[in-house]
Design a binder for this molecule. Structure first.
Ligand code: NI
Length: 130
């Protein structure tokens, strides 16, 4: 287990890939991941887990689909939001954003149900830091 402090900005400086989370640290059975978002993600849902977002930099909009209705929440830098398990959601970061996420280790970024995954999206359970 990591026992040194980790500067998020230093981790973010190690990669440019969009929609490709890095695992910063772990606690209990959870990963803390950071990712760079840009443009539109795909609609997806995580059946068995809530998903925690913290906007480290930029602005993140998360579209949510509930009872066939769509709404969005717009999160400025410093805001946190939790997508409840089972809820379809679609992150959008038109101007780019750096995001910290917390979710159970092994959680797939594209969820258990999702639209077709385009080439620019990395379907992953997170990448370990080099
Ligand atoms: Ni998700």
């Amino acid at each position: 287990m990591m026992s040194e402090s980790i500067e998020l900005q230093n981790v973010l400086d190690t990669f440019e890939d969009l929609w490709s989370p890095r695992i910063v640290t772990q606690f209990n059975d959870y990963d803390v991941r950071v990712a760079k978002f840009g443009g539109e993600y795909i609609w997806h849902a995580h059946e068995d887990t809530d998903e925690f977002f913290l906007v480290v930099d930029g602005t993140l909009t998360i579209w949510l689909r509930e009872n066939d209705e769509e709404r969005s929440v717009t999160l400025p830098k410093g805001a946190v939001f939790v997508v409840p398990k089972g809820m379809e959601h679609k992150p959008v970061a038109s101007d780019g954003a750096s995001i910290l996420m917390i979710e159970p280790t092994g959680t797939l970024t594209v969820g258990d149900r999702h639209e077709d995954v385009p080439d620019y999206i990395d379907a992953t359970t997170g990448h370990r830091l080099a």
